[in-house]
Design a protein around this ligand. Structure first.
Ligand code: ADP
Ligand code: MG
Length: 337
């Protein structure tokens, strides 16, 4: 199983940033209000994510590190979805097979009424070098979970060789952080690297000023003020967020964020529609900056796509393309950017 996990890790874990993405998504799935991220040496030495989510009861801790023991399968509606998301429930065991991983957690009391004594402290499990599970053993922890990933790829030198400099790995980590923080202003998020605080974002739920402050901190001072807000709808489709004139961005590629039903995606069709609207109205289609959210009924999106790869497939791709183009065209024509 250890070997199977290491092979699966090849799918899920490319670099520290991909570990971070999986851990943050687990924290969000656990309904947390706050996520604290602590990284050392570009995430290669250490990557710790702590949340205040629902936590994991003692008896379920070993399961969290076992293959396909996801607690989330029950939420999937049909077997089709299970088949297409077959590799889910693999993130933690995969990461654990290529690092030294410790999972510490305390379940929320309301969810764990029988275990009064147990829930006054926390519990932790880890995976030994041989892949043996160790624990659960008592460990102090507030309500929520911490996942501590040390020495990524220490036992897979071939993968380790593909890692870049500390600076580059940190860039990827910051990009993952930014991408998620933009979509979840309701969750407080902080990021530390080698003991230095790089970001500390309070929750900005129902707080437009807070949301604007977060936008500025993630995309540069003045972004919120200078950007054009977008909110356009058609039958079944809604596009909202911000667009910015091309010259604003420092590095163009990291100022383009697109989400479909809250999930970050990169897609040629979407990029094309946005560019075309910009070039039609502003006669300057290259390198627009934007944070855009497309909402549509789930039945119009195919889930049968690798979730780690930011891909998306629409049932009616032409219709989606044309909606985005005309929505942005309308908005850009109306407002001065
Ligand atoms: P998946 O997210 O697809 O279920 P993972 O391997 O990422 O699979 O996680 C395995 C399981 O561990 C989850 O289903 C969940 O029950 C538990 N888990 C992982 N991280 C957390 C967390 N931060 N808070 C609560 N439960 C968690
Ligand atoms: Mg997961």
């Amino acid at each position: 199983d250890h070997l199977v996990n290491q092979i699966a890790a090849g799918e899920v874990v490319e670099r520290p940033a991909s570990v971070l993405k999986e851990l943050i998504e687990n924290s969000l799935d656990a309904g947390c209000r706050r996520i604290e991220i602590d990284v050392e040496q570009g995430g290669v030495k250490r990557l710790r994510v702590r949340d205040d989510g629902c936590g994991i009861p003692r008896d379920e801790l070993p399961l969290a590190l076992s293959r396909h023991a996801t607690s989330k399968l029950a939420q999937l509606r049909d077997l089709d979805a299970v088949a297409s998301l077959g590799f889910r429930g693999e993130a933690l065991p995969s990461i654990a097979s290529v690092s030294r991983l410790t999972l510490t957690s305390r379940a929320r009391r309301a969810h764990d009424p029988g275990a009064c004594e147990a829930s006054t402290s926390g519990w932790e499990v880890s995976v030994g070098i041989d892949g043996e599970l160790q624990g659960p053993r008592p460990a102090p922890h507030p309500e929520g979970s911490s996942v501590d990933v040390c020495d990524l790829f220490f036992n897979t030198p071939a993968r380790r060789k593909f890692l870049r400099t500390e600076r580059t790995e940190l860039d990827h980590i910051e990009q993952v952080f930014r991408r998620i923080a933009l979509a979840r202003p309701d969750v407080g998020m902080s990021l530390k690297h080698n003991g230095r605080v790089l970001q500390s974002l309070p929750s900005a739920e129902n707080d437009p000023a807070g949301a604007a402050a977060r936008l500025d901190r993630l995309l540069g001072k003045g972004f919120a003020e200078k950007a054009l807000t977008v909110d356009e709808a058609a039958v079944d489709l809604r596009l909202h967020g911000w667009v910015m004139r091309p010259a604003f961005s420092r590095s163009q590629a990291d100022q383009q964020f697109f989400y479909v039903n809250g999930r970050a995606v990169r897609d040629k069709l979407l990029t094309h529609a946005i560019r075309q609207a910009f070039s039609d109205v502003l006669h300057h289609g290259r390198h627009p900056a934007y944070v855009l959210f497309l909402e549509l009924p789930p039945r119009l999106v195919d889930v049968n796509v690798h979730p780690a790869k930011h891909e998306v497939r629409f049932r009616e791709s032409r219709q989606v393309h044309d909606f985005i183009f005309s929505a942005l065209h309308r908005r850009l024509s109306r407002g001065a950017l």
